[in-house]
Design a protein around this ligand. Sequence first.
Ligand SMILES: Cc1ncc(COP(=O)(O)O)c(C=O)c1O
Length: 394
Amino acid sequence: MYKKDFPFFKNSSVVYLDNAATTQKPKEVVDKVVDYYTNFCSNTHRSNHGGANKATKEFEATRDTLKDFINAPQSKQIIFTKGVTESLNMIASTFAKEFKTIIISSLEHHSNITPWHMQGRTLHKGLEVVNAKDNLEFDFEHFEELLKNNPNSFVSITHVSNAFGVIHDIKKIAQLTHKYNSYLLVDAAQSLAHFEVDVQDLDVDFYAMSSHKTFGPTGVGALYIKENLLEKLPVYQTGGATINDVSFERSIMLDAPYKYEAGTQNIAGVIGFKKALDYLNKITLKEVYKLEHELCTYLYTQLKKVENIILYNDTKNSTGSRSFNIKNLNSEDIGILLDKMHIAVRAGHHCAQPIMKKLNIDGTIRVSIAFYNTKEDIDIFIKGLKKAILMLKD
Ligand SMILES: Cc1ncc(COP(=O)(O)O)c(C=O)c1O
């Protein structure tokens, strides 16, 4: 029903089930990017002519829309970045750098692991990892034990696992984090597109979002910062557009959010992102969640019927992605055969090698859905999967 809103599906017959890697873009997003480059391509927050004022106005409108989208108190608490990866690196190399201990979960994407390694932290030497239970759920007992032993820490946890779709109970994680006088950053790469988020209710300190995972352009992300931290967060990069006054003796920075946005931004991407949020607001995230939940449940039931399947978690507390293996077959081989049948999934480690190592596997086949997918997509995929299994067995 919704595919008609996405130009990709008009031009391609691919059954697209790789939405955790990136999502397709509604026509409004593509049109807005073209509109910017065609009709008012100008820099923001600098010149004072018609095109520049329009670009600045639309750029700031995205900030306002995103503020409402996640129920942040003020627009200045949203800063634009290149994506979740840049937001995580920014916080790791500024605010979180001085903390003795960083606590992450077992299900983190490499983007929330390597920035900590780059600081010389390794397991039990400045970096602690919360266990995942056998069904991959977050082990709260272990988390509290880590916090008890390491109060005043920095906790950095994904909202939803990109590899398995497991949803972490961020509200409960935030309560425990703050009980032990620690701070919480949440990686929202896989949550923003799937269900309603209220950063005040969750009580997170930082919330790192990605436009391209949320039906917007690539190369754009946003970071929500709790108000009391705006003054405490050091600037990451400086330069054009971040300063109030500069002499050869000193630089006086602008206030947030501008002091955190150095250099010319991805203007087309940011203003395109607003159109993706507007589109989602029109459908409503309640509807998105409902549609995806039905699809995920259907997918799970169909997968369970496949011979020799290995599933790692059930549909409870999960969304978006579903990972599996077929006994004695290589996930990448299955991925290649599915591609030949025009079915796009991801096979491999999904930038989450540590959890793959814990599970003693090289990777999985990941089917990741969005609300525009249909039961028919899943039926085609299941048929293709069975065919690939037969071909590889021969
Ligand atoms: C859980 C998670 N974190 C971080 C990232 C990186 O996000 P971005 O592409 O916005 O840098 C991804 C992308 O796959 C992800 O799935």
